[in-house]
Design a protein around this ligand. Sequence first.
Ligand SMILES: C[S@@+](CC[C@H](N)C(=O)[O-])C[C@H]1O[C@@H](n2cnc3c(N)ncnc32)[C@H](O)[C@@H]1O
Length: 643
Amino acid sequence: MAPSNHVKRAFKAMNDLGIADAQVKPVLKNLLQLYDRNWELIAEDNYRALADAIFDSQDSQVTEEVKGKEKKANEAGASAAEVDRGKKKALESLEEDEDALDELEPPLKRLRRRGEGASALSLNNPSLKEHTTHDQETILLPFHPLSTENTIHGARNEDPRTTIVRYNEHRLATTLEESSTLELASSETGEVKINLRFSPATGGSSLHVPTMEELRRAMEDKCLRSYKILDPNFSVGRFMGDMVTCFLELSKNAASPLPEKLPFLTTSIDVLKKSPATMATKASNSANQSAENGEVGCGSMGLVVVPECQISADDFRLISSISDITLGKENVEIPWVNEFNSKVPPPFRYILQSYVYLDAAVKFSLGNIGDDDQRCSSCCGDCLAPSVACRCAGFAYTKDGLLQKDFLEDCIAEARDPQKHVLQYCKECPLEKAKNEETLEPCKGHLKRKVVKECWINCGCINNCGNRVVQHGIHNKLQVFFTPNGTGWGLRTLEKLPKGAFVCEFAGEILTISELIKRSSEKLTFPVILDAHWGSEEASGVDNALCLDGMHYGNISRFINHRCSDANLIDIPVHVENMDFKYYHLAFFTTRDIEAMEELTWDYGVEFNDHVYPTLPFHCQCGSEFCRNVKRTSKSKKAKKRA
Ligand SMILES: C[S@@+](CC[C@H](N)C(=O)[O-])C[C@H]1O[C@@H](n2cnc3c(N)ncnc32)[C@H](O)[C@@H]1O
């Protein structure tokens, strides 16, 4: 029987790690039984379970051989000294075996498990010897199942001068008599370990012993720079060599926990925890909180202001180790899968609400949303109940939480048919200014859009009033997946969605278009414009267009790909206010019924033939019969022919 595609893919993934088919086959058989033929589980994280099982079986083979050799020595009635010699021989022979295995081994012997640190690596690394400052070598310890990385336990070897410590806190080893052995990595059950012996006095001064955490961070930063840690060809030998170098560097400088040479890549989870972005989540109920912390200010509109986000090694590590891309922040988990290659999603900071980038002059509102932020006197109970004539809930939703058909159709027609566009013009258009040309072109006009106005905190209705949809967040089963059509990551639904359903909103960083252009000078991008009513008097003085950028701070919408004209999602401005936030949200609703597993797409409104626009469009692969990029290509081909 020909192998199934599942089997082929599993073999291919292991081959990519340098594992031969013969090694894969028996382990895969067992795993299939163990996992009850659940391929989804087996394929998770690029077949991580399979890779681990293969490495485990290799480890246990080696251990069995050692045991066998020890047993033989005992059976021969050898004296205690002989047994010792036998043990030594067995160890030597184990080292030989492992050396031989090393040659066969894939570069990364054990892939990282979700959420585990370096101690989950199973290593035997000759290059470590080259980097140690003393004659100590990697030692094998008797079996001892270890608890967490943070536990400190006593001496286990026979050298009275040496203490084996799993470091959590700074520890100073100051005398020649007292050297320390730091456990760097261990197999899962602790029978094979790599320890780093550290004798500070040999270094000529009292060196500081870095903590495991410092070492891990320094290593991850180094790996991110040098090897791109997520690459399956990552070399463990070099990794351990660098680890030793990092250790020594850190030990020379007690004051500085991280090498100063890495200004952009040295943020860590700790920093992230303290970062304005994280604080901003907490600050959503108290707009001034982050200002009080002295790190960031808050916009006049209650939006949280953040500095530019620097993606760190921790962000890379985090994204590859999590299954829920929202980090538990949404009502529902949103997993990611890649059925085509070993890429993981790009790292970013997941946010629920848009943030404002530093001092982007946020001064916008929708022209056709009334400025009536006073209490809606007619709201009570459920505003969609026939007896309630709530003026907020005039037209938008049905009782099932879907957009009213007529309203949706109008929005779709408005977006797709230029004849239906209602435009407003401004005197000095910020979009034209952003082009930075010698002469300022007149405003091309801004679309006056239909909006939804949801009930808000000042309304007298109940929290689950039918006119509150977007503010309750995502509730459908969605998935981020690697697309087969060359558009990178995309978002799909795992369940059927009816026409008019709310999917998610576009959350990102609100920044000026000048800033966006500065950030994206080399990258293909497109601006999601927050079009205020620039034509009106209220907007005078607004000299920089605002856009939304989901690249660094963003939500699930950053994965929605573009489709020309007949996309199955449409973005509609939704006015959702509360005491802290007074701005409009761009919310995505379905334009038709959508089947489970269909990719969700949105027409970015990007003009592929707009060469004057300061950002670079991508080459569109949407496949739509209305694709504007295709038209341009065929047009230009025809034009070329004619020429
Ligand atoms: C908002 S992101 C969408 C997620 C993105 N695919 C990813 O992998 O992270 C927009 C980027 O996706 C790519 N993209 C989106 N739609 C596309 C399309 N129809 N054709 C080609 N590339 C597309 C472009 O690189 C674009 O700049």
